[in-house]
Write a protein that binds this ligand. Structure first.
Ligand SMILES: [Fe+2]
Length: 309
């Protein structure tokens, strides 16, 4: 390793996150088989304070109809356990599902947060969708924007936000006690990693972000944003450990160089179609999960840019 000042800072922040590893939050996963997304409720069992991570709003593309069926499962769980929601955390502006964070915030409270680099994502997609001046590109749709290494608490459990770009420029991982919510960086060890070919994506950056995450202690519980079932696996899975990822991830196990990873990732991404819901998802998620303003007939519309992506 060379004396890159950014790397030094990164290591200090990962060490900072390690200080939280003696605490064990309760984690409940909600897996949406339509979009292959795992959402989480994580809480401090002693103080019953909670965060909700990457919640899904159901969307039927053929009819353009949304539903809160998945989100209501989270509402029921939070109410049953009597939790107080402090945070609604997005790991990034998702391209495969709409966020239900505004609905959950209305029902349960909590501050909606994402990484500060969402400004770049808003800028890029604001241009792609030719959004007008009423679409603010300053992150003001969120209550809080995290910088790399920000630390706070959920109840008494320490919580660190790490900037892990690559899949998008704004991806964050949230390290809460001994649990790491890694968003779209690594997937299950037998499946590999997230794609890095969306506007603003960067495979080399993704590699470095993953290497940063694998500095966490081996026993750290890792909770993924998606699972697509690896070939030969019959069940969905969304939890593993840093130790397994570090030693056995098919794309980025120890010994895979950055150049090898970038070559593999770039070749693989060239074969992937755009996600089914990228156009509706991004338009809603860059607004913090809010729909565009309704037109003068009271209906909100989404755009379909032709020959752009
Ligand atoms: Fe994603």
């Amino acid at each position: 390793m060379h004396a890159d000042p950014h790397l030094k800072l990164a290591q200090a922040q990962v060490r900072g996150a390690l200080r939280g590893s003696g605490y064990t939050p309760a984690v409940k996963a909600f897996f949406d088989e339509t979009t292959f997304t795992a959402s989480y409720v994580v809480h401090d069992p002693a103080l019953k304070r909670a965060a909700i991570i990457d919640p899904v709003l159901d969307f039927a593309q053929r009819s353009g109809r949304t539903s809160t069926r998945s989100a209501d499962l989270i509402v029921d769980y939070v109410r049953e356990l009597g939790l107080k929601v402090d945070w609604l955390l997005e790991t990034h502006a998702h391209a495969d599902h709409l966020s239900s964070a505004p609905y959950l915030q209305e029902k349960l409270g909590g501050k909606l947060a994402i990484g500060r680099e969402i400004l770049r994502v808003q800028d890029v997609f604001g241009t792609i969708f030719n959004e007008g001046t009423d679409f603010a590109r300053d992150g003001s749709q969120f209550d809080h924007l995290f910088d790399d290494g920000d630390r706070m608490e959920i109840g008494e459990i320490p919580f660190t936000a790490l900037h892990v770009p690559g899949h998008t420029p704004a991806d964050m991982a949230y390290i809460i006690g001994d649990a790491a919510f890694v968003g779209d960086t690594m997937f299950m060890p037998d499946y590999g990693t997230a794609r890095a070919d969306f506007p603003g994506g960067d495979a080399a950056m993704l590699y470095r972000s993953i290497k940063r995450l694998t500095q966490l202690p081996d026993e750290t519980r890792v909770f993924l944003c998606h699972d697509y079932k690896a070939p030969n696996r019959t069940e969905f899975a969304w939890e593993t450990t840093i130790g397994f990822e570090r030693t056995a991830n098919v794309h980025v196990h120890e010994g895979v160089s950055e150049d090898d990873f970038v070559a593999m990732r770039t070749a693989r991404d060239a074969t992937l179609a755009m996600p089914q819901l990228i156009l509706p998802s991004i338009q809603v998620n860059i607004r913090g999960g809010h729909f565009p303003e309704p037109e003068n007939n009271g209906t909100a519309y989404l755009k379909l840019p032709l020959n752009t992506l």
